[in-house]
Write a protein that binds this ligand. Structure first.
Ligand code: KG4
Length: 348
């Protein structure tokens, strides 16, 4: 047997599939190292100002085969080399999850390989463990705290191991990304508004406007009061100046972003202090926000804790994070049955 054959036999190659919302993504991971990560977004939702579930699942159906095909080609891996298929089981939109789950079932049955179900929230956290060829790894040490902030979640998680994660606090209403997107919509910005707010905030004064901050006990978050406060500020000001948003767009974005970051960091600090943990990570779509990334770096410097900020391509939904979660489950022989159903709602 030649050296290459031995290498292929010993390697664990995972195909990861992500289809929980409006991104169809496939990734190939060899022994924890990323070979490819291909994502197709869905522009169809832009004109509706939010994700339309039925359109999302139809787009997943169109995208899934070309995306998997592209991921295999980019990785230089043949289907028969794959050790297992890891897929997002939930939480997410049921129609979208069904496409990824059904594809994974067909693929696994066809190749007679095991399937691994992945919790989407755990995958966001474990995205920090994806290693890339030629890139110096900066992997979190257990235990660490992870702020998971996306369009659907705002949670502070105590991560004890690859498998053991405890939610210390979470939003009791809107998620941070939802607050960004809803406030952006009120200002007439396209969906999703988070990246636009980030862009315009760089040119504005974060102290120009003061918006309401919640007073919630423990580590939980709330963003609905901020959203209402933002809406009322605009409504009142527009009575005097109908062009108020256009005239103050940059200051509004900077002040809103600062308020969201202050709310997030306040509870992060409280959780770090009370747990005594010395490693801190951020994950999820909102972790792409430049102000939040700076706030984390600044926190690390001031409090002498090690901070982990994901690469931009691992912030929003992607299959690399599903593949790495699947990889650790594979090492534990933690496989799922082929008749398993996806779930729309589930905690970490
Ligand atoms: O994790 P994700 O891709 O999807 C789920 O929620 O499942 O997160 C999407 C969220 C959206 O609310 C979007 O506005 C927000 O992440 N987002 C940002 C930025 N980039 C994406 N929010 C603020 N600043 C950004 N740069």
């Amino acid at each position: 047997m030649c050296e290459l054959q031995i290498f292929l036999i010993m390697s664990v190659i995972i195909l990861g599939i992500e289809s929980s919302c409006d991104d169809t993504s496939a990734a190939i991971l060899r022994d924890g190292e990323l070979l490819s990560n291909v994502t197709a977004g869905q522009a169809v939702h832009e004109m509706y100002g939010g994700v339309v579930p039925e359109l999302a699942s139809r787009a997943h159906q169109q995208n899934i085969i070309p995306v998997v095909d592209a991921a295999l080609k980019k990785a230089g891996v043949e289907r028969n080399d794959i050790s297992a298929v890891a897929f997002t089981r939930g939480p997410g939109l049921m129609g979208s999850l069904l496409v990824g789950t059904s594809f994974a079932k067909g693929f696994a049955l066809g190749l007679d390989i095991p399937m691994i179900d992945v919790n989407h929230l755990q995958a966001h956290v474990l995205a920090h463990f994806v290693r890339e060829p030629g890139v110096e790894p900066h992997l979190p040490e257990f235990p660490f705290l992870c702020l998971l902030v996306s369009g659907g979640n705002s949670q502070i998680i105590l991560v004890k191991s690859y498998k053991e994660m405890q939610v210390l606090g979470q939003t009791i209403d809107d998620a941070a990304g939802e607050a960004f997107d809803k406030c952006a919509k009120v200002m007439g910005l396209p969906y999703p508004g988070g990246p636009y707010i980030d862009k315009y905030a760089k040119m504005g004064n974060p102290k120009a406007f003061a918006f309401a901050k919640p007073h919630i006990k423990g580590f939980d978050y709330s963003f609905s009061g901020l959203k209402t406060s933002f809406l009322y500020t605009l409504r009142d000001a527009q009575k005097e100046d109908p062009n108020f948003v256009q005239n103050h767009l940059y200051d509004l974005c900077a002040s809103l972003q600062k308020t969201v970051i202050d709310i997030l960091m306040d509870k992060v600090h409280k959780a770090m202090k009370e747990t005594g943990v010395k490693h801190l990570a951020v994950a999820g779509g909102v972790s792409a926000n430049s102000g939040l990334r700076e706030a984390f770096e600044d926190y690390g410097r001031r409090h002498r804790v090690e901070v982990y900020i994901p690469k931009f391509s691992f912030t929003t939904d992607n299959a690399a994070m599903v593949a790495i979660t699947g990889y650790y489950k594979y090492l534990d022989n933690d496989f799922c049955a082929v008749d398993l159903a996806p779930y729309a709602r589930v905690s970490i």
